[in-house]
Design a protein around this ligand. Structure first.
Ligand SMILES: [Zn+2]
Length: 455
């Protein structure tokens, strides 16, 4: 891995003071940032690649804090249907038909989409084939947390998804030993809990204890629909978040995803326990509702942003989610000040890093931190002019403007060409595999318009 010097760029550091350096340099040595600011020519080691950064914006690689990589080939199979149809008739049957080879292609395809939209780190939401995900992430060069979708009870789920509590844990412990710290430390293995509907208290408690013992984190979908709180009250005597707090598992290493239907007390509980939350704006708009993100941020909670599931967001493009996160809360409350652009940038950088427990290494550009960065060329008709850089990045930057990307000191993409994997080879497999999985799952979609093949 050769050293790299980017010269003369505008650098959005996202450091503690949120400094923006203009006409500045960044020297990458190995996998880390060696120097930032003005780098003297005689400080540059021989053999260093010099990159002209003039006119470009360099910022931390973005963190996508919740992604179902196993659902990429199911994009478009569940549009405009209610939640139960979405889950039981489309997503579960589809996902349960994935082979490990399908999973490798699915993770590779969404990985390329993420690289091209500026993501260098993501958190997997949990699928069935963690080994295949791990191999794909190793090849993609991305940084990621991986986990198995885990549950020990529930109704209507595909065969094999629900295992006895001991087996759920044993499988993940094995995976943890294989994947935690793999790919030069770019992969961390997490423990998964699907939802409170599917996880017993015994599983929740033992999962958290095992994650603590192994110095890793746990991910769970929380408070997605009002029915969930009703279910939790009936079966546990409290809402999901109150119950998790009472069990003692609400903590910095429990990442709660969605958190739409929260009471004011539950918002406080996240703050009091320093427990992070992920906001998935497009998934929320499709079926869940408006999460109280401004209130969570005001309580000091680290809130990341996730693209969630491709059959939900349809675009695994973090810039689309950034745009939505900045707008939807304003519209809901008719208050243009409720979600400023700088808060949204925090969410996809420093907050995302904190959600993943990786804040000491990534999320900002600072000397000694990992060299995870992206270069944005704002010189395009849909973006210029720039009057206010932070605002431009949130409201007027498109993922197509991300020209280059580096993770762990290694280029993943230069001038829009992905370097780590062959995008054409992956693309050539997507439609065929997706059709075959849909066929095996017995999912038939009616054309919305008459389809005519002229004679
Ligand atoms: Zn999810």
């Amino acid at each position: 891995m050769s050293d790299t010097l980017i010269r003369g760029a505008t650098i959005l550091t996202m450091n503690r003071r949120r400094e923006i350096l203009v006409e500045a340099d960044i020297l990458v040595s190995g996998d880390r940032i060696a120097e930032l600011g003005r780098v003297a020519v005689d400080a540059v080691p021989p053999g260093t690649e010099i990159v002209d950064g003039r006119g470009l914006i360099v910022m931390p690689g973005l963190v996508n804090s919740h992604v179902h990589t196993s659902q990429q080939l199911g994009r478009g199979i569940a549009d405009d249907v209610d939640l139960l149809t979405w889950l039981r008739e489309r997503i579960w049957p589809f996902e349960s038909q994935l082979t490990p080879e399908d999973q490798y292609v699915s993770t590779s395809a969404i990985g390329v989409e993420m690289i091209k939209s500026g993501v260098t780190t993501f958190s997997e939401a949990g699928g069935q084939h963690v080994d295949a995900m791990g191999h794909a992430v190793s090849d993609l060069g991305l940084r990621a947390t991986l986990c198995q979708s885990s549950m020990d009870n529930g109704e209507g789920l595909p065969e094999g998804w629900i295992l006895p509590t001991d087996a759920v844990l044993e499988r993940q412990i094995e995976q943890n030993e294989r994947w935690h710290g793999a790919a030069d430390g770019r992969i961390r293995h997490w423990f998964g809990l699907r939802t409170i509907f599917n996880c017993s208290d015994d599983l929740i408690l033992r999962t958290k204890a095992e994650a603590d013992r192994r110095n890793t984190s746990v991910q769970i979908h929380v408070s997605e629909i009002p029915e969930e709180n009703r279910f939790a009250r009936e079966t546990r005597g409290a809402s999901t978040v109150e119950h998790l707090a009472r069990l003692g598992v609400l903590a910095p290493n429990l990442l709660s995803v969605h958190c739409v239907w929260l009471s004011p007390r539950e918002i406080e509980l996240f703050g009091e326990n320093d427990a992070p939350v992920v906001h998935c704006p497009s998934a929320n708009m499709r079926v869940l509702g408006f999460a109280p993100i401004p209130e969570l941020l005001a309580s000091g909670v680290a809130v990341g942003i996730g693209t969630d599931s491709p059959p939900c967001c349809n675009r695994s493009d973090i810039f689309d989610e950034i745009y939505l996160a900045a707008l939807i809360h304003k519209g809901k409350r008719v208050d243009p000040t409720i979600m400023p652009a700088e808060s949204v940038l925090d969410m996809v950088t420093v907050h995302g890093a904190k959600c993943l427990g990786w804040e000491n290494e990534i999320g900002s550009l600072e000397t000694g931190k990992k060299a995870d960065l992206i270069m944005i060329d704002p010189r395009e008709i849909g973006t210029l002019p720039i009057h206010d850089l932070v605002s431009t990045l949130v409201y007027a930057t498109h993922s197509r403007s991300v020209v280059s990307s580096m993770c762990d000191g290694r280029w993943l993409m230069r001038d829009r060409k992905v370097l780590t994997v062959d995008e054409e080879v992956i693309l050539s497999q997507v439609q065929e595999r997706a059709d075959a999985i849909r066929e095996r799952a017995g999912i038939r979609l009616q054309s919305r318009f008459p389809v005519i093949r002229p004679a």
